[in-house]
Design a protein around this ligand. Sequence first.
Ligand SMILES: [Zn+2]
Length: 193
Amino acid sequence: MRCLLCESLSLTHICKSCQTKFLKPSLYKRQLENGITLFSFYKYEEIKELLYTKHTDIGFYIYKILAKNSLKLFGDSFDYERRVALLPIDDTPKSGYSHTAILAKSLKSRLIKPYFAKLRAKNTTSYSGKNRAFRLNNPRNFIYREFKEEELILIDDIVTTGSTLSQAIALLQKHNKKVLFCLTLSDVANKQL
Ligand SMILES: [Zn+2]
């Protein structure tokens, strides 16, 4: 196959040298409305073309590559006094796979236990390009399923305003769960240079 970025022959969808050159992660953070910290790894402009692939078959491979270059490194260096749960936001499969489940799997470690199908949105109306009022009037209505750990990390692929995460956090808090922080590949609101 050919590398998606440089078109040279490659064994992976993005060749090793493009991964080194273009997918070196940074660590950005901001506080969500409810005070929880959101960590992100890429500026939206840097990887938006790659994120678009989630609507296609190759998205499965691209998301794995993105996760390996960023989230996996974060997971490997994560240190804490006990094991915590990791919940992908709405891991309902679309186009044959779940993009947030791919990200969650990459973080699996001795201290991080990913769970699936614990948090699924009943309302999947797109928030893209919609204002805050629209988002508030169209809540995700997550369906929550119980899991063992009291503390957890939330993960989503792209965060825009953070309202989906805030809704998930509010629901988890109602069930006496503590969200330590949230992770995302890219935070659109991160305009940091
Ligand atoms: Zn390349």
